[in-house]
Design a protein around this ligand. Structure first.
Ligand code: CTP
Ligand code: CA
Length: 224
């Protein structure tokens, strides 16, 4: 049950992982969210802990905590932003697998919205881009982003790598059978800063997590 933190390829490393969807409140009983389950991020956190890392998992998902992982709850994009930023200065690696809402309701109603005749317009405003902010403030941290796409995967992934100053972007085509949100498998391509990419075949999210952590360790060695 107890992990031996003196062994493993990530021993001594501090890692922040974010996972799952955020929930953006509309009123006390309604919110916007998305289809991300958090399984990919939980798999990464669990495998990283097995490899000797100290792992903080920032999430709103209620999946069971993997052994050796500390869960920090964060419901909204803003909660996640604050939780990640608080711990980022001490982190060696930050892996942003969460599907963070890009928009949130501009006003949160204090009471339940009552229906009225006619259509309803809810004004949305942009949330802060956590990964982009981390990229701008980056000191020593190795930054990994995720991208769920439905088209032009290569192009969008390379663009996100540059725009967010990330070291790795893990992209998946969520329209593919066996990839994406709720399942236990994924099909991803790992894009790196040097322009190289590694296409992984259909495999369990646990295996994707292992492959990704291997790539991170190799890249960190090379950059040193
Ligand atoms: N991300 C973030 N904060 C946000 C939005 C996204 O940290 N407010 C992170 C995600 O966790 C992910 C990466 O940025 O690691 C890419 O997210 P994605 O939604 O694919 O890209 P966006 O930049 O939001 O662009 P778009 O949704 O338009 O494709
Ligand atoms: Ca987005």
């Amino acid at each position: 049950f107890f992990h031996d933190r003196s062994k493993g390829m990530l021993k001594g490393k501090r890692i922040i992982v974010t996972a799952g969807a955020t929930k953006e409140k509309i009123d006390p009983i309604r919110y916007f969210t998305n289809r991300s389950s958090g399984k990919m991020g939980f798999a990464i956190a669990g495998e990283a802990a097995k490899e000797g890392a100290e792992v903080l998992l920032v999430t709103n998902s209620s999946l069971p905590a993997p052994d050796g992982v500390t869960i920090l709850p964060a419901e909204t994009a803003e909660d996640m932003y604050h939780e990640v930023m608080k711990h980022a200065p001490e982190a060696d690696i930050i892996i942003k697998s969460a599907a963070v809402a890009d928009y949130k309701p501009k006003y949160i109603y204090g009471h339940k919205m009552k229906k009225q005749d006619g259509d309803l317009v809810i004004e949305l405003e942009r949330t802060k881009d956590i990964l982009k902010d981390l990229g701008e403030k980056k000191e020593h941290q190795f930054l990994v982003g995720f991208a769920a796409e439905t088209e032009n995967i290569d192009q969008y992934a390379m663009k996100k790598l540059q725009q967010k100053n990330a070291d790795i972007i893990v992209a998946n085509n969520v329209t593919q059978e066996g990839a994406g949100f709720a399942g236990d498998t994924n099909i991803v391509t790992i894009y790196k800063r040097d322009g190289s990419k590694k296409e992984l075949s259909l495999m369990s999210k646990r295996m994707v997590a292992k492959e990704l952590l291997n790539e991170i360790v190799q890249s960190m060695k090379r950059d040193r």
